[in-house]
Design a protein around this ligand. Structure first.
Ligand code: 1CP
Length: 334
């Protein structure tokens, strides 16, 4: 059993490190491949290349887990909503159409994502048995924000759209939960052994809607994973002190804290779960000693508890891979 799984399932206290967005943007070997593959969705659908990119950070840093190279927006793609990644702009989705959305079915969905599952199969064969292969999904709310075009900029959403379409949104979330559970099952069947749920825009949900849009959908997916004995890590980014309610209600095996959550507070308030991450990815842009000092703060706060070393959000594109290497060395020796 991989060490990540042992920590999540048996609450074993041992070292385990991987980084969100470890495969991609900041690695020169990724950029090389990316420069020859202009269409990002097609790159995610190229099983051989996707597997190769997944393994790049493992080869470079000998991390304990690999996360499959794909994207949360492969779900709207598989549900026949056109997705494009524009240079220096981010993702652009075709206008949402409920009728078209409801025409989808499980068989078509699985068929469109076959190359992702194939990439997992290829990667699992090449990856050392002691290492986890992490699969992931975007949480229903976070996907919805992209799908209905509610995202205004980095920190704001169009609440008018949300308020005007509440009934429709409940239906979309319900359907998404089913497809996401299917996607998890397919990924596990292909050889992944852990799943992480990215609720990247949970912090934008008004307090009174948290239950409906965040806790409840995450809970349903976690319940599904538990029924299938699939270890699951949740990442409800940006919900501040609501992390405690989230953890008490959703009860995932692991919870990734973001960099605004104080590690000491987390160690005292997030009970019966394995904590992962927290370190601000911006720290990796600083001098070595400053990086180590910040890392120490997390490692000290979680002494005697099962803890997975990771970041409080994805690695930044401007990160120098040598700094990553030094941080891993510091962690292994601490
Ligand atoms: O242009 C490029 O080269 C593409 C950059 C890129 C990469 C490398 C995107 C576009 N997605 C990815 C891969 C990716 N995305 C992984 C691969 C495995 C890894 O290395 O970790 C993962 C896990 C994701 C997850 C993802 N995609 C999230 C959740 C995590 C987070 O960062 O909050 C989100 C929100 C996305 C959407 C997305 N994908 C890409 C962009 C530019 C965006 C939009 C981000 C935004 O709206 O700000």
């Amino acid at each position: 059993m991989s060490n990540l799984k042992q920590i999540l399932i048996n609450k074993k206290i041992c070292k385990s490190v991987w980084f969100m967005r470890q495969a991609g943007r900041y690695l020169p070997e990724f950029r090389e491949i990316r420069s020859q593959n202009e269409n990002f969705i097609n790159l995610c659908l190229n099983s051989e290349l996707s597997s190769k990119i997944t393994l790049q950070p493992i080869e470079r840093f000998n991390l304990d887990s690999a996360i499959i190279f794909s994207d949360i927006l492969m779900i709207p793609y598989a549900l026949n909503q056109k997705v494009e990644f524009l240079k220096n702009h981010g993702p652009k989705l075709e206008t949402f159409n409920l009728k078209n959305f409801l025409k989808n079915d499980d068989l078509m969905f699985t068929k469109k994502l076959k190359p992702v599952y194939k990439a997992i199969e290829i990667t699992r064969k090449k990856l050392n048995k002691e290492k986890s292969l992490i699969s992931f999904i975007g949480a229903p709310w976070t996907l919805l924000v992209y799908m209905i075009g509610a995202k205004l900029n980095k920190n704001e959403i169009n609440l008018d759209i949300i308020n005007k379409k509440k009934d429709e949104i409940d239906l979309i979330l319900e359907k998404l939960i089913n497809y996401l559970c299917l996607h998890i099952e397919n990924q596990i069947r292909a050889g992944a052994d852990v799943v992480q749920i990215f609720d990247s825009w949970a912090g934008l949900i008004p307090q009174e809607d948290l239950n409906n849009f965040c806790y409840s959908p995450n809970f349903k997916i976690v319940e599904f994973c538990k029924k299938k004995s699939i270890p699951v890590i949740c990442f409800p980014r940006g919900i501040k002190e609501n992390y405690k309610d989230f953890n008490d209600i959703v009860k995932p095996d692991g919870i990734n804290i973001d960099y605004n959550v104080d590690p000491k507070w987390a160690s005292e308030n997030l009970k019966d779960t394995v904590i992962q991450g927290g370190l601000d990815p911006k720290i990796l842009l600083l001098a070595d000693e400053e990086i180590f000092n910040k890392a120490r703060k997390y490692l000290d706060a979680f002494t005697g508890l099962p803890y997975v070393f990771n970041l409080g959000h994805g690695m930044l594109p401007e990160t120098n891979p040598d700094k990553v290497k030094k941080l891993i060395k510091f962690y292994r020796g601490y």
